[in-house]
Design a protein around this ligand. Structure first.
Ligand code: HEC
Ligand code: HEC
Length: 200
């Protein structure tokens, strides 16, 4: 009895030292994703946060990777293979699993640009043909259905995505984002990505 107790204690220590591999009850299927997407899907380096993302959006992106419609270099390098190997029920289960995790805000943008970013997010810049983001992504950037949550995602990820549409990369068919993003200049992109990184 004593020895079992000790082994359990050691395992618990090992698990808390290496949370990413030992997992806190994560299944093997989930760990296939979180070794890149970070503990509890909170994002890590170039892999975006999945926690709290809309399930329908996660599913639609996994389809876009599998069909090679989402075609920027990171997508190709990291996600085409990972998504291509999933069966439909696995895609749905993973989407629901990550959608159910509580998202943490990255808080890594430039604080000085956040107010400007918030104004563009809410009102757009009509004279520059820049759409309000609020209309689709929601008052608190929480997303709805297959429109993604943006609030609290990492600055560099948001910036990269907004730049890529202007560079001609795609995400899904019939996405409004290439048109929306084409109107944004580098200053607007930095302000929007900064603001959004702080949204809870
Ligand atoms: C080898 C690293 C790696 C693995 C493994 C991986 N991902 Fe990714 N994933 C990435 C990177 C990098 C991106 C960003 C691609 C881009 O910038 O277009 C990404 C993007 C995504 C996106 C798009 C998110 C968004 O906000 O648009 C989803 C959804 C996703 N991954 C789900 C998964 C799932 C589910 C798994 C497990 C089956 C998984 N990933 C495994 C690295 C990985
Ligand atoms: C007409 C509706 C609409 C408007 C307006 C809109 N979006 Fe989107 N946005 C979408 C949809 C739908 C997607 C998912 C499809 C895709 O990724 O191409 C998306 C995806 C995104 C993503 C990708 C998120 C991720 O996890 O990779 C970012 C970033 C984004 N939008 C930012 C913005 C910003 C900033 C604005 C305002 C300047 C804006 N959007 C305005 C509908 C819209």
């Amino acid at each position: 009895m004593k020895r079992i107790g000790l082994t359990t204690a050691i395992l618990a220590i090992v698990a808390s030292t290496f949370p990413a591999w030992a997992g806190d009850g994560e299944s093997a299927g989930v760990r296939n994703c979180t070794w890149c997407h970070g503990t509890s899907g909170q994002g890590f380096m170039v892999a975006p946060r999945l926690a709290g993302q809309r399930a329908q959006y996660i599913e639609s992106q996994l389809r876009s990777f599998a069909e090679h419609t989402r075609d920027n270099p990171f997508s190709k390098q990291y996600m085409w293979g990972a998504a291509g190997a999933l069966r439909p029920h696995e895609t749905r289960d993973l989407a629901n699993y990550f959608a159910g995790l509580a998202p943490k805000a990255a808080n890594d943008g430039d604080r000085n640009l956040a107010a400007k970013g918030r104004t563009i997010y809410l009102d757009g810049i009509p004279e520059a043909n820049i759409a309000s983001c609020y209309a689709c992504h929601g008052p608190n950037a929480e997303g709805i259905r297959d429109i993604p949550r943006l609030g609290g995602m990492a600055y560099s990820y948001l910036k990269g995505r907004l730049e890529q549409w202007g560079q001609g990369y795609h995400s899904g068919t019939a996405s409004p984002m290439p048109l929306v993003a084409r109107a944004l200049g580098p200053n607007e992109i930095e302000a929007l990505a900064s603001y959004l990184s702080f949204v809870k």
